[in-house]
Design a protein around this ligand. Structure first.
Ligand code: SF4
Ligand code: SF4
Length: 451
């Protein structure tokens, strides 16, 4: 049967062979871990520890009362050195807890297995997931309890488990599916119970035939493995839902509007760990890769471990580093210092040489070829959006779907003039957020004045 897919997108050179046969290896944290208090979409957590406190593995060190937000936990035992700002993967600065790792990895006494899945209600599963600080580990970092907590009046019939891993170079999800199969199925069952989905589809690109075969053998009566065409961005939530179920998620809404919840394979394993061991999200799988890396591989990395530690683990590079990217080459972000930490959304560290630079180049004038339009998986007009944002016509850009852009980078990738389309679109989206904040602040100060 033909593999399923969506309209648009691009076929890339995947470079997966660098690491797809490399098993996951547990590694130690760096001597000092840097754990940001905002590693997720939503409200930043506030610190609940202070300088000089001794903390243990799995201990909560930050929390928030906001529904769209999650607590943050220590990945090591040791002493809190300071609470200070650090550079976050999105290029902004945010508060982080700096912990001197004592190398003992002493567990917090709160880390105990929860009740069995059969004994837990859907509400209890959602609460465990929230308390464990679990967010989407495919890179989106949307709090998972919010996804699983389906609002009253909405019915979810399908849980899609995202094992597409469509970004070039990254293979940690591939290894999770092969090596953590028991936990994967446990987490899938827990997520299906929590959101009330009766049908499960595990969605895998057809360049991972070993995963497709292995997981298909393990599926029960309500579960099926779906082979997807290897095409970027097949793992995008909306593209996945369209390809597998032929349903379209309306602009500005979440997948439960069309009866679907989507979770990543790594997220399912994190849910299993939270229930079976009581362990919050303090580690994640990371591919450390790139053609110039001496020993690229897949690693289970304590959150907060700094990049220089990981570069040591892979034995450094064969030639001077040109760029380091958090994530894959299409949606990842460049970092500038090697003392930046692995966060919950870090699925990969891609190290490139000085001659490799996937999307950057001097732009030529637009030749109106419409390739960017043809390849946009969200059916937008990236050339028009670029023009409107650069002329500061944000309202018009918004009307043309600026906020629907998933920042996949396909438009920039196919543009023969190397125009910085996705970069301009990102600028426009950030400016819309900043404008909304300014307006909200104005309303709040007016309310205070009149009170
Ligand atoms: S406009 Fe956005 S969604 Fe469309 S191709 Fe460009 S980056 Fe992707
Ligand atoms: S692909 Fe590039 S050159 Fe072609 S229409 Fe889009 S922006 Fe213009």
């Amino acid at each position: 049967m033909a593999s399923k897919t969506f309209r648009g997108g691009v076929h890339l050179n995947y470079h997966k062979e660098l690491t797809n046969q490399k098993p996951l290896i547990n590694v130690d944290a760096s001597d000092v871990v840097i754990i940001p208090l905002k590693m997720h979409i939503g409200q930043e957590a506030s610190p609940i520890v202070k300088k000089g406190d001794r903390v243990l593995v799995g201990q909560k060190i930050g929390d928030t009362s906001a529904f769209v937000g999650v607590p943050v936990h220590s990945s090591v035992s040791g002493e809190v050195q300071k609470i200070d700002t650090t550079l976050l993967p999105n290029g902004l600065r945010g508060l982080a807890v700096f912990i001197k790792n004592d190398g003992q990895y002493e567990l917090d006494p709160s880390i105990k297995p929860k009740a069995s899945l059969e004994e837990l209600s859907s509400r209890e599963i959602v609460d465990i997931v929230r308390e464990a600080g679990i967010v989407g580990l495919g890179g989106a970092t949307f709090p998972t309890h919010v996804k699983l907590c389906v609002p009253e009046g909405k019915d979810v019939d399908y849980l899609l488990v995202n094992g597409a891993e469509c970004e070039p170079y990254l293979t940690c999800d591939h290894r999770i599916m092969l090596e953590r199969t028991d936990e994967l199925f446990y987490g899938i069952e827990a997520a299906a119970r929590a959101c009330g989905a009766e049908h499960i589809k595990i969605c895998i690109e057809d360049n991972k035939k070993d995963c497709i075969e292995l997981l298909a053998k393990r599926c029960g009566p309500n579960c099926e493995v779906v082979a997807l065409e290897t095409k970027y961005p097949q793992g995008g939530e909306k593209q996945l839902i369209k390809a597998v179920l032929n349903r379209e998620v309306p602009s500005g809404t979440l997948p439960y509007e069309v009866g679907v919840v989507v979770i990543n394979v790594g997220t399912a394993v994190a849910i299993a760990e939270a229930i079976q061991k009581g362990m919050p999200l303090v580690k994640r799988a990371v591919s450390v890769t790139g053609d110039i890396v001496n020993n690229p591989g897949n690693f289970i990395v304590p959150i907060g471990t700094t990049m220089d530690k990981l570069l040591d683990i892979v034995g450094g590079t064969k030639e001077p580093i040109g760029r380091i990217i958090y994530g894959g080459p299409m949606m990842g972000t460049s970092i500038h210092e090697t003392d930046e930490p692995v966060v919950k959304g870090t699925s990969g560290i891609l190290v490139l040489g000085r001659n490799e630079s996937p999307l950057i180049g001097e732009p030529d004038p637009c030749i109106r070829c419409a390739r960017c339009v043809d390849h946009c998986p969200m059916h937008l007009m990236p050339n028009m959006l670029e023009r409107l944002v650069s002329k500061e016509e944000l309202d018009k850009a918004k009307k043309m779907g600026l906020n629907d852009c998933i920042e996949c980078g396909c438009c920039s990738y196919v543009c023969p003039s190397k125009r910085h389309l996705v970069q301009w679109i990102r600028v426009g989206k950030m400016e819309l957020i900043a404008r909304k904040k300014r307006e909200d602040q104005k309303i709040a100060s007016k309310a205070i004045e009149t009170a």
